[in-house]
Design a protein around this ligand. Sequence first.
Ligand SMILES: NC(=O)c1ccc[n+]([C@@H]2O[C@H](COP(=O)([O-])OP(=O)(O)OC[C@H]3O[C@@H](n4cnc5c(N)ncnc54)[C@H](OP(=O)(O)O)[C@@H]3O)[C@@H](O)[C@H]2O)c1
Length: 259
Amino acid sequence: MTTDQFGVTGKIAIVTGASSGIGRVVAERFAEDGANVVVCSREQDNVDPVAEAIGENAFAVECDVTDRKAVDSLVSATISEFGGLDVLVNNAGASFMAGFDDISPNGWRKVVDINLTGTYHCTQAAGEALKKDSEGGRTGGSVINIASVAGQQGSPYMSHYGSAKAGVINLTRSLAFEWAGSGVRVNCVAPGFVATEGLESQMGISADDVKREEVERRVGLCEEIADVVQFLASPASSYVVGETITAAGVPDIMESPEL
Ligand SMILES: NC(=O)c1ccc[n+]([C@@H]2O[C@H](COP(=O)([O-])OP(=O)(O)OC[C@H]3O[C@@H](n4cnc5c(N)ncnc54)[C@H](OP(=O)(O)O)[C@@H]3O)[C@@H](O)[C@H]2O)c1
């Protein structure tokens, strides 16, 4: 168990969607701090290099979070490899920009499946392991969902994504009540714009566009989201339950025309 209140040393964590962007940086951060990390994405070839770069306290598993059997196998593989589970970071997510009139039923379903149903699958599959404590006490387990400011406020041309992320925020709060007695805390982070591969492909904003000194309303860095995730995974947040922490640089992201 960690002696550093803000640390995750000795914890066992799953980070979904860890082949790039925020998930990769969270996984790297956890491992640097002494956690054992299972990194997953839909493609083994994408996630293997992440585990290799991290080193022996990382393990890569191919898992599509929309596939319940694959998610069950992810949890089993984690327990086989590291012997338990303390932290689940539901980070896997994706979207595309489209006006509401142009979103097909299939497109809507895919975005809701990845962002919301994937979070449901992973959290439910991990529940038993997160609640387990060999000493019969409170586990200190932590679920951290990655939502978005799009789920907190209207999000033009991202209504499918905003709806799914709003669902993630509500799931966070609902489940936090249900699981509070078991000692598993459920919390959420709602990032604003963060420089990642995902943002670049969706909106053409790259990490090179992040000019921190020049742009007052700037794009965030993955490391800044990892800071919040680490706090929620650590004992320092032991009294924080069911909350969504916005990490967006500005109080109202929709007023950021520079982006
Ligand atoms: N970047 C932003 O501005 C921003 C803002 C607010 C919220 N967020 C949220 O933050 C999270 C990470 O975003 P990001 O920008 O870092 O994204 P990203 O760079 O596009 O990375 C997304 C990750 O999810 C994986 N993934 C996609 N679909 C998956 C599935 N069905 N099952 C498992 N893994 C899957 C991808 O890996 P593979 O392709 O290898 O499967 C990749 O590792 C997402 O939930 C996103 O909605 C991002």
